[in-house]
Ligand binder design. Structure first.
Ligand SMILES: Cc1ncc(COP(=O)(O)O)c(C=O)c1O
Length: 458
């Protein structure tokens, strides 16, 4: 049964900024962190504060400053912080148990049934689910599955893609049985250009971009002199995430599906960032009615608990026992949160709000873009919207530093908005899908102010 939230989830009147950020208490924690934790952190150089708690689409730091969260823990909190349905599921599960390996529990069965019921197209009732822990873990399992089933070595990925940075540690595991199906090197990947209309190389007309990409892929597959060993899988993001919230032309995924069918190549759709309602459908690939052979699911599925899954077609289930083994796969807290998150997200009214609010937010960004010298393009679908920052609109040279300035300006004013893109130059809107209207309006005004103030020096 789907659970609707009726009352306000976020704190009132955000943002409330009382100190220069970071304030004195935050600073103390940041200093300790700097001393004791690896310097190979990333986000603490963008958002310099220490956090006390989160509520809905708001975050309170240690100094009592209240921020609007358009970051959502890198798109992990589609339902925002501490959503009542997720909290209820987690509290119930914590009382029962927090770890057990693979054996069925109520949480596991509930999750399997709920996920199966929302799988796209022909996947529903025709798929198996493999539990994993992170997005990278799910993607690794997916490419292993594709290669195992196709018996071919090469995976085609796309320029601008991001599927995680796990390093293939199975290579150090001594039992060849595991290395045989899970281990392969980076030489097994080749890259096709992603259909990125704003920056597609060459002079291809906008309406021909998908055709162009597909013909290059066809050549890789068919031409013995393409330099590409036999292709055993294609992995694609239906809307590219870290690459810049890039919306491919509508004919791209169906054409890719057709190519995969023609050559019996498994199509892996990575819904790690674009799934769980982020684009206004449960899965982004549903916009084009394309069914994957293998689908990667992570981030928001766990409601903040590290948890992921791979769904794949039944006839790919000829894999050995202990295929992609792991101690923590199918953690009960993740399973409980997963079913609760899906229950909220699959509600058609919930999704309709994401679509209509998403259209509204995009229209506001487009308005700001038209009057701006540094926003080259505003684009998006649902709550996956980017404003690509450029030094000038004519030569489109990436405004990486400018984007960093906009992010910092917004942060000081109390809004977390992060970047993405090939050059880290796209300001991305990835607020929780549950965000209230007043927080959208204030965030948009602060974005507009930050753009204007940054432009003055540009
Ligand atoms: C589309 C996509 N796939 C995979 C990953 C990797 O997920 P994780 O960071 O959990 O390993 C990400 C992370 O941002 C992603 O956006």
């Amino acid at each position: 049964m789907s659970m609707q939230f009726s009352s306000r989830l976020s704190l009132e009147n955000a943002p409330i900024i009382k100190t220069k950020v970071p304030g004195p208490k935050s600073k103390q924690y940041l200093d300790i962190q700097d001393k004791l934790e690896t310097s190979s952190r990333s986000y603490t150089s963008f958002f310099k504060f220490a956090v006390d708690y989160g509520k809905g689409s708001t975050i309170v730091d240690l100094d009592g400053n209240v921020f609007i969260d358009w970051f959502a823990g890198v798109s992990v909190l589609n339902l925002g912080h501490a959503h009542p349905a997720v909290m209820q599921a987690l509290r119930g599960q914590v009382e029962k148990m927090t770890h057990i390996t693979e054996v069925p529990t109520e949480a596991r069965i509930n999750y399997l049934k709920t996920l199966n019921s929302v799988l796209p197209g022909k996947m529903k009732d025709n798929s198996k689910i493999l539990m994993t822990v992170t997005g990278a873990d799910a993607c690794e399992a997916a490419v292993s599955l594709a290669r195992y089933n196709s018996k071919k070595p090469t995976i085609i990925a796309f320029t601008g893609s991001y599927h995680g940075i796990a390093g293939g540690i199975v290579g150090a595991t001594s039992n060849y049985h595991y290395r045989d199906y899970a281990g392969f090197g980076s030489q097994n990947y080749v890259y096709a250009p992603y259909p990125y209309p704003y920056r597609f190389p060459g002079k291809t007309r906008a309406e021909d971009i998908s055709k162009d990409v597909i013909s290059r892929i066809e050549e890789m597959i068919r031409d013995p002199y393409s330099g590409v060993p036999p292709v055993g899988g294609i992995i694609v993001e239906p809307v590219q995430g870290e690459g810049g919230y890039i919306i491919p032309p509508d004919d791209f995924l169906p054409m890719l599906r057709e190519t995969c069918d023609k050559h019996s190549i498994p199509l892996i759709i990575d819904e790690v960032q674009s799934g769980i309602g982020r684009t206004g459908k449960v899965w982004a690939s549903e916009y084009q009615n394309v069914t994957p052979d293998i689908m990667c699911i992570s981030k928001s599925i766990g409601g903040g608990i590290p948890f992921s899954s791979v769904a794949y077609r039944n006839d790919f289930d000829q894999i050995p026992k202990a295929f992609h083994l792991g101690t923590y796969r199918g953690n009960p807290l993740g399973l409980a949160a997963g079913a609760a998150v899906l229950d909220v997200v699959r509600d058609e009214k919930f999704l309709e709000r994401v679509r209509s609010k998403g259209k509204y937010v995009l229209s506001r960004f487009e308005e700001i873009q038209r009057n701006s010298k540094i926003i080259g393009e505003a684009r998006g679908r649902g709550f996956m919207i980017a404003n690509e920052i450029v030094k000038n609109k004519v030569d489109k040279s990436p405004g990486t530093e400018l984007a960093g300035m906009v992010r910092e300006n917004m942060f000081q004013k109390g809004v977390l908005m992060h970047t993405c893109g090939h050059y880290g130059n796209a300001m991305r809107f990835m607020a929780p899908l549950t965000i209230e209207d007043d927080l959208l309006e204030r965030g948009i005004s602060i974005f507009e102010e930050a753009i204007k103030e940054t432009e003055v020096g540009a």
